[in-house]
Design a protein around this ligand. Structure first.
Ligand code: CA2
Length: 146
């Protein structure tokens, strides 16, 4: 059954370590901190967030399918390094009717060349990157406007 008030927030590999290392790149918020900020913002938008993280590509594929089957309003996807490599995620995004917004804490285009290609971005509705934890909040605002 469609639940147009739910926004899935899917996080890929190593993002469970957020807030513990490399704060100069990724900020000092943990993923739980970001989840709390998203939940507060979602309340004001009349939305609910379903926040998940996995280090396994297949879990992210399964959760994209789930969001599609549930008829979620949108998916915010920070696929971590799978952004740059995963045809499976590209195809899963293409396979669902739910809009997917690509999210990054850092700006991959300002970093190493191997981060300049995004297979996720080729399939996503749009991308928000480079604003630290605020990237997620900006993406939630974008989802609310869809
Ligand atoms: O900027 C982003 O959000 C990224 O998706 C983060 C990924 C990176 O591979 C992408 O190119 C851009 C890496 C996530 C790793 O997160 C860590 C956090 C703290 C300590 C170590 C890794």
């Amino acid at each position: 059954m469609a639940d147009k008030s739910v926004v899935y927030v899917l996080n890929g590999p190593n993002l469970n370590l957020l807030g513990t290392r490399e704060p100069e790149i990724y900020g000092s918020d943990t993923l739980d901190d970001i989840a709390g900020r998203l939940e507060d913002r979602a309340l004001t938008l009349g939305l609910a967030v379903e926040m998940r993280q996995s280090n396994h590509e297949g879990h992210l594929v399964d959760w994209l399918h789930e969001a599609g089957a549930e008829g979620a309003k949108a998916v915010l996807l920070n696929a971590g390094a799978y952004t740059h490599t995963s045809i499976a995620l590209h195809d899963a995004i293409k396979a669902i009717a739910v809009p997917v917004i690509e999210v990054h804490l850092s700006n991959p285009h300002a970093r190493e060349p191997f981060r300049h290609t995004s297979l996720v971005g080729r399939a996503a509705r749009g991308t928000i990157a480079g604003f630290g934890a605020d990237s997620y909040l900006l993406a939630l605002d974008a989802a609310a406007r869809l």
